[in-house]
Design a binder for this molecule. Structure first.
Ligand SMILES: [Zn+2]
Length: 123
């Protein structure tokens, strides 16, 4: 996961006419991806050593797991670790509305001559 992230950022970085100075990468990580933000952060900190990402921060925003029950016609927050089912009618979870995201939200960067800007890769 971290490798894919770094490759995505590197591709973008290398495609710039002037390589920008990246300051922070904002990630969106869904609760249902089973990716631990702490271990992701750790892996990133290890892999960025001696690369163009040296000194770059990783900011992780977690999105909750939200499911939709067709019986009750409403969203609910399934409890993690338990059986995934609607708390109202106990119907097993079918539709996941949110919580499976794993993507780059935006990259904060700057050029020496310009003010900082942000890039959203729209993955
Ligand atoms: Zn229900």
């Amino acid at each position: 996961m971290t490798k894919a992230l770094i490759i995505t950022v590197k591709d973008w970085w290398e495609s710039q006419p002037v390589p920008p100075q990246i300051s922070c990468i904002h990630l969106i990580v869904g609760k249902f991806t089973c990716v631990e933000p702490v271990s992701l952060q750790f892996a990133f900190n290890v892999q960025k050593q001696n690369t163009f990402l040296e000194g770059v921060e990783l900011a992780i925003q977690e999105t909750p797991l939200i499911a939709f029950c067709h019986h009750c016609q409403q969203d609910y927050f399934p409890e993690m670790g338990c059986q995934y089912a609607c708390p109202q009618c106990q119907y097993p979870m079918e539709d996941i509305r949110s919580g499976r995201e794993l993507k780059i939200d935006r990259i904060e960067y700057s050029f020496e001559t310009e003010d900082s800007a942000a890039y959203a890769p729209n993955l």
